[in-house]
Design a protein around this ligand. Structure first.
Ligand code: ZN
Length: 144
């Protein structure tokens, strides 16, 4: 995807509409049009750069400074449990940080709890294969 057909470049240039919440010289914070929660924002670089780690140091500083300003604002105005931040960029290759007010039990909280359970499950499954555990399971299910 080039600058020419990039929605974030269009927003930066004022050619596409967005709810712009905050900006500085190098970065812009907008509402995500597909929110996970109320107040889900994106912090985007004003320059078309696919990955956040390819930005200049000044652009990186700006990106995270804007994210910090907005996270503080979210904590004050929305009062979530915490503000979740991640950068992926698989769908739109223009640097954007996801900034998501997160409450216990909401869709993102459930998703990451599931991911953490998945991360922890191999150890639990290995325990089930141990001879003593297998013998115990067999004992429970054996007929009289
Ligand atoms: Zn772009």
């Amino acid at each position: 995807m080039s600058v020419k057909d990039c929605i974030f470049c269009d927003i930066v240039a004022g050619k596409a509409s967005a709810h712009v919440l905050y900006e500085d010289d190098l970065s812009l914070c907008i509402l995500d049009i597909h929110p996970y929660t109320k107040g889900h924002c994106l912090v985007i670089s004003k320059r078309h750069v696919p990955w956040w780690h390819e930005l200049s140091e000044d652009e990186n500083a700006s990106l995270f400074k804007v994210a910090r300003t907005m996270a503080t604002r979210m904590m004050q105005k929305i009062e979530p449990d915490f503000v979740f931040l991640y950068a992926r960029g698989r769908r739109i290759p223009h640097t954007h940080l996801f900034l998501i007010p997160t409450f216990s039990g909401d869709v993102l909280d459930r998703f990451f709890n599931a991911l953490e359970n998945f991360q922890e499950s191999p150890a639990a499954l290995v325990k089930l294969r141990e001879p003593a555990a297998m013998a115990e399971a067999a004992e429970i299910l054996k007929g009289d």
